[in-house]
Design a protein around this ligand. Structure first.
Ligand code: C3B
Length: 835
């Protein structure tokens, strides 16, 4: 309050409130001013990088004005806010998105061309903000876009990694990781040097009695690391709402202790402290669907939760409301178990610092949190060893034990006759060493738990959280099927398709209400519409073909069927099934007569994605794809009929080029393993068809678009367990076509057979956990159906158009409205027109 300009002086201030640019001229005035003054460059020294910076800063100015107003309005109205805690935000590039959301891209295109620049070149100057691994991080980014577009008062909280996900190079067919230092020039963040939080680690807990004879616990000693806020404005589409993403960076707390060390000549050790502190936010862990229990990871998690909770509580306390209002003012969504430490941290703040008693505090805590589960894979479920916990966060371990005790007593009261249940649901696993099961803590500390697609939400209720359904009843568990933002994944990635749709639907309203797409079905037989739809797909394929030629030197025919699988490399996602299918096709082509070859539709098999650096099997798959490409692409017998491409360094900005250019994309996980998948949605909305298993959101996509418009194959989730069992204990017969594929690999067709033996043996000798052999015949058969379907271009086009028209359900706007209604109990705050 003291910092605000006094009432009488506000008129003077308002006279100088900056005016946003409207015309190309005004845009250039801003861009050139920034290039000359902010960057200290001149017209003799302005490359595309500088032009990008000038453009970004001009748009940033516009954003910031609305950002200030939005934050002001949210503070004034003081309605419930949502806080989305995510250890990953896979944002990609910001400029194009900002221009389109603000709606001034055309002005900038004109302005830049007057200065001699092409918008496309300027946009491509930007470094991706790659603070995430894959689906979970990208979902968080789509949700931020939707929350702002729908005017929900919402903040994201994350970590400001200095290094995002590594850059992938393919050298001699192998993945090589290169660090991704992305902060050289980042106009989209604001360092808030005045907003810091001290975060404590290690130390011990002492018990005292206060004057009223009440027992109090005090967490003492240890070390302090400082969290600094970096804020990123998040613009909504077609609204003046600009929300905030707050990322925490770590640095050494400038306490007396360090200073003393410094003065007493312990310069080195004081610098070492500094570096140790900065290490916390230095790098994103590059694992997708895998948790390895490393101390630094737990430090990251607590550091970020403690800073965020302190910030949220500080904001709440400014309103001077009573504590019982907290859950009415604050909804905190936990994106997977990574932020689960926020639960004991809020309990600690309330009992140790604010003096609430346990039950009162716990009732607030358990009404505040919602938890989203994103996986049932056992290796991805977080567990921390009790000794590690005890060492790093001794007070939190006590609180977790108390939460657990209360919970187990409650279970015991309600299920007195069941001996095993206490062991099964305890937050503490009685192993050696004992482990803290974070997913259980997240379930117990939240009022709602959701999965991310129908099948997945059903599976969590029958597998990992089965006992909790019995304890709490089924209503605590719900489903919110994932979605994607149509702004980035349609309008931005595929501007021509977006324009075509707008021309038929009478404007761009569909970008705010994606269900309007259904009106496109009226044009499915419209000749001109069909022709243009097809031309757009072709143009997008030409663009990708050019990119492939420029980066890899391989020519691919844009009329061929583009078959794409881009996503993290993981055994459960089964890129190995895809590449074995490609080898099967290659062998078939080698055996074909010229007449048979004439009948086959040429195909380009495109792969892309990163493997976790320590994931040997995934790296072997990358190597195999590259080796197969080397052989197939140079085989004269094959020619255009088959090309195999590995795209280096798949990321968000590349996905924007790839998704619009596919004919078929592959979503072929072992049934029951892919919680949802979201790229499946991105491909279909861009007019591509899918080959997929009955898994994750594929099932709901099928329901929406119709089963004639999707190529499903493979075993069902309900049969997986039985099949796995029979592999181990029954008789196992390898699919004969797959055996032929293995023979060709083992005879050295694709280079040293030994390189691939682990991959082959995993299937032949070690139980084929992901059912590659079981699904192989049906996969290959379905690929033949696709060949046949593609020959009938007319029918194919009908399928593609119909599918686009029926994708309205998969907007992340729909997800956010569902979260708001079912879990957060929040309302939008529609910005007023003037101020
Ligand atoms: C992913 C899942 O693997 C996807 O099926 C899902 O679509 C997305 O989350 C979003 O819900 N996921 C991930 O990227 N990382 C994890 N650690 C767990 C799940």
């Amino acid at each position: 309050v003291e910092a605000s300009i006094p009432e009488p002086q506000r008129a003077a201030w308002k006279k100088f409130t900056p005016k946003p640019f409207e015309t190309a001229e005004e845009f250039n005035a801003e861009a050139v001013r920034h290039i000359e003054t902010t960057l200290a460059r001149s017209m003799y020294n302005c490359d595309e990088g500088a032009a990008y910076a000038g453009t970004a800063l001009a748009f940033r100015d516009r954003l910031v004005l609305d950002w200030n107003k939005t934050q002001q309005a949210q503070t004034f109205t003081d309605q419930k806010r949502v806080y989305y805690l995510s250890l990953e935000f896979l944002m990609g590039r910001a400029l194009d998105n900002a221009m389109l959301n603000i709606g001034k891209k055309d002005v900038a295109v004109k302005g830049l061309s007057d200065l001699g620049f092409r918008m496309e070149d300027i946009i491509s100057q930007e470094h991706d903000a790659a603070l995430g691994n894959g689906g979970l991080g990208r979902l968080a980014a789509c949700f931020l876009d939707s929350m702002a577009s729908l005017n929900y008062p919402a903040w994201g909280y994350g970590l400001r990694y200095r290094y995002g996900i590594f850059k992938q190079e393919i050298i001699d067919g192998y993945q090589v990781e290169v660090p991704d230092y992305w902060l050289d020039f980042n106009p989209w963040e604001f360092a808030r040097h005045d907003i810091t939080v001290d975060v404590q680690f290690y130390g011990h807990v002492s018990k005292y009695q206060d004057d009223d004879g009440k027992n109090v616990s005090v967490w003492e000693g240890g070390e302090i690391v400082q969290a600094c806020a970096y804020d990123v404005p998040i613009a909504g589409y077609g609204t003046s709402t600009v929300n905030n993403l707050r990322l925490w960076g770590s640095k050494a707390a400038s306490g007396e202790f360090d200073f003393q060390k410094f003065n007493s000549g312990e310069y080195e050790s004081s610098v070492a402290d500094q570096q140790r502190a900065e290490t916390i936010s230095a790098v994103l862990y590059p694992n997708d669907n895998l948790e390895r229990g490393k101390e630094l990871r737990l430090k990251q998690q607590y550091f970020w939760c403690a800073a965020s909770l302190f910030d949220i509580v500080r904001r709440f306390k400014k309103t001077q409301r009573p504590w019982k209002d907290f859950p009415n003012q604050v909804a905190i969504q936990l994106n997977d178990t990574h932020p689960t430490m926020a639960i004991p941290e809020l309990q600690r703040i309330l009992i140790d610092q604010e003096g609430l008693d346990w039950d009162e505090a716990w009732s607030i805590v358990s009404k505040t949190f919602g938890y989203t589960n994103h996986t049932v894979l056992p290796e991805a479920l977080e567990k921390w060893s009790v000794p590690l916990f005890q060492h790093l966060l001794p007070r939190h371990l006590q609180i977790i034990y108390d939460i657990n005790l209360n919970f187990l007593q409650f279970v015991e009261r309600n299920f007195p006759k069941e001996r095993d249940i206490l062991n099964r649901v305890s937050i503490i696993e009685e192993s050696n060493p004992k482990m803290v099961r974070m997913a259980y803590l997240a379930v117990i500390g939240s009022h709602k738990v959701n999965g991310v697609a129908e099948l997945h939400s059903d599976l969590i209720k029958t597998t990992i959280f089965k006992d909790f359904v019995k304890i709490y009843g089924p209503d605590k568990f719900t489903n919110v099927t994932n979605g994607i933002t149509p702004r980035r994944w349609l309008h931005q990635a595929n501007p021509r398709l977006s324009e075509l749709i707008a021309s038929k639907l009478g404007g761009y309203d569909f970008l705010k209400d994606l269900t309007l797409l259904h009106k496109l079905e009226a044009y499915v037989d419209d000749k001109d519409f069909r022709k243009e739809f097809q031309e757009i797909k072709y143009a997008n394929k030409v663009r990708l073909a050019k990119y492939i030629k420029d980066t890899l030197g391989v020519s691919v025919n844009p009329s061929a069927l583009f078959d794409v699988q881009v996503k993290r490399i993981h055994e459960y996602k089964r890129q190995q099934l895809n590449i074995f299918g490609v080898i099967h096709r290659y062998l078939a082509i080698k055996a074909m007569s010229p007449e048979e070859k004439k009948k086959l539709a040429p195909r380009v098999s495109i792969f892309g994605g990163k493997a976790a650096p320590g994931y040997w099997m995934a790296k072997t798959v990358i190597h195999l794809v590259n080796q197969v490409g080397k052989v197939v692409n140079n085989d004269k017998d094959v020619g255009d009929l088959l090309k195999v491409i590995y795209l280096e360094d798949y990321n968000v900005s590349k996905a924007e080029i790839i998704c619009p250019a596919s004919d078929i994309s592959e979503h072929i996980s072992t049934a029951g393993t892919e919680a949802s998948g979201t790229s499946n949605m991105k491909f279909v909305i861009n007019g591509g068809l899918i080959i997929g298993t009955c898994d994750g959101a594929n099932i709901e996509i099928t329901r929406e678009i119709g089963e004639n418009n999707i190529f499903l194959f493979g075993n069902l989730a309900e049969d997986v367990e039985e099949l796995r069992h029979s592999h181990m204990y029954g008789t196992y017969t390898l699919d004969p076509s797959l055996a032929a594929v293995f023979d060709s690999i083992q005879s050295g067709t694709f280079g040293d057979a030994g390189s691939f033996s682990a991959l082959v043996n995993g299937i032949v000798d070690h139980g084929d956990y992901y059912l590659v052999s079981d699904d192989f015949a049906s996969y290959c058969k379905t690929q033949e159906l696709i060949d046949e379907a593609y020959r009938n271009q007319d029918e194919w086009l009908t399928k593609a158009i119909t599918s686009v028209a029926r994708m309205g359900f998969f907007s992340s706007d729909r997800c956010i409205d569902e979260y708001a209604e079912m879990i957060w109990n929040t309302e939008p705050l529609v910005p007023s027109k003037d101020e």
